[in-house]
Design a binder for this molecule. Structure first.
Ligand SMILES: NC(=O)c1ccc[n+]([C@@H]2O[C@H](COP(=O)([O-])OP(=O)(O)OC[C@H]3O[C@@H](n4cnc5c(N)ncnc54)[C@H](O)[C@@H]3O)[C@@H](O)[C@H]2O)c1
Length: 308
């Protein structure tokens, strides 16, 4: 079985995807610098390299036989990207360029990139298709879009699959980071003190996708020939308002309440995905409902030491 390279393997999404590839019998090389991820997230069986992918020294440690590159490492918060935009560029975009060079040099078969709905910026209240012109509002979004651009420049030498993920949630998400991940931020606050601080209006809306559905999409994108060269939204196509999300969380965590306080720089007011390409190209058509996903996430969160 081929060897795959999965970056960000100590993080939320990368660790789940690595587990799936190991289950399918692939050899997995994983890289992480633990800037936000954790060593205990790295699944047993991964050949692990610790290091920052913005550094050539880390790239030189990667074995030459990784046939597929799945690049998920990165600073993953729009809000945090404003703290130090240069560091964000290094972590998210220089790392992508370094890995593109690695992929070309070793004739990798494809490069999957963890892009984001943030590339779109402010949009109308309608499903967003991949052909929409992008105007990112955060340094994070600009960096993600730049990475996409570099991948397109080199696409003849290294076929890309760009996966623009919407709001991903589920077990394994970092509940101690209250600046990344809308669902995990709300749930962590509900479980810790029952008071959820909401930075922005309740009428904002999102497309919230459960981690298992994201893993399925990535696995298909990495293995189906038809995925090569495509840019695909990874969402459910369902529009959920922040108010609805909060109500669901408060139902699962009795006694929890929420209040609106301020806003977040670079936040998109409302966005949800047109998923026709995801359905046509990858055949992903069934999704975990928000109710089921939140129940599983909450059950898992209650097993975590901070909330026991
Ligand atoms: N979670 C979401 O809803 C979402 C949505 C869209 C896109 N994404 C993107 O998907 C990817 C994974 O997101 P996540 O939620 O798992 O985030 P995460 O923070 O849990 O995981 C990212 C991992 O990358 C590592 N990392 C960061 N910069 C690195 C570098 N330069 N070299 C090596 N390792 C580095 C971190 O330590 C962390 O373990 C990120 O690129 C993120 O921007 C996430």
């Amino acid at each position: 079985m081929d060897r795959v390279l999965i970056t960000g393997v100590g993080g939320f999404i990368g660790s789940h995807i690595a587990r799936r590839f190991l289950q399918e019998g692939y050899a997995v090389t994983g890289v992480d610098d633990f800037s936000s991820g954790r060593a205990e997230n790295v699944p047993p069986g991964v050949d692990f390299i610790e290091g920052d992918l913005a550094m050539r020294a880390t790239i030189s440690k990667i074995p030459s036989d990784c046939r597929k590159i799945l690049h998920l490492a990165g600073q993953s918060s729009g809000e945090i990207s404003f703290d130090d935009p240069v560091a964000d560029l290094q972590k998210n975009t220089v790392s992508t360029l370094n890995l593109i060079q690695y992929g070309i040099e070793h004739a990798a078969e494809r490069f999957l990139y963890a892009s984001s709905m943030s590339v779109y910026g402010a949009v109308e209240d309608a499903p967003v298709g991949e052909s929409l012109e992008c105007h990112p509002l955060s340094c994070y979004g600009v960096g993600k879009y730049a990475s996409e651009g570099y991948l397109r420049i080199y696409q003849k030498k290294l076929p890309p699959v760009i996966l623009r993920m919407f709001n991903v949630y589920g077990p394994g998400q970092d509940l101690s980071n209250l600046r990344q991940g809308m669902v995990s931020i709300f749930l962590a606050q509900a479980l810790s003190n029952g008071r959820i601080e909401v930075k922005g209006g309740l009428e904002r809306f999102r497309d919230i996708i459960y981690i298992e559905d994201v893993v399925e999409s990535w696995f298909r994108a990495a293995t189906l020939e038809t995925a090569k060269g495509r840019t695909l939204n990874v969402g459910t196509g369902v529009k959920t308002t922040v108010g609805t999300l909060l109500q669901r969380i408060c139902e699962l965590v009795p006694g929890a309440t929420y209040f609106v306080h301020g806003g977040t720089p670079g936040d998109q007011s409302g966005i949800y995905a047109d998923i026709s390409a995801l359905q046509d190209v990858l055949g992903v058509t069934a999704f975990t409902t928000l109710g089921d996903g939140l129940e599983r996430f909450t059950t898992w969160a209650r097993t975590q030491p901070a909330f026991q």
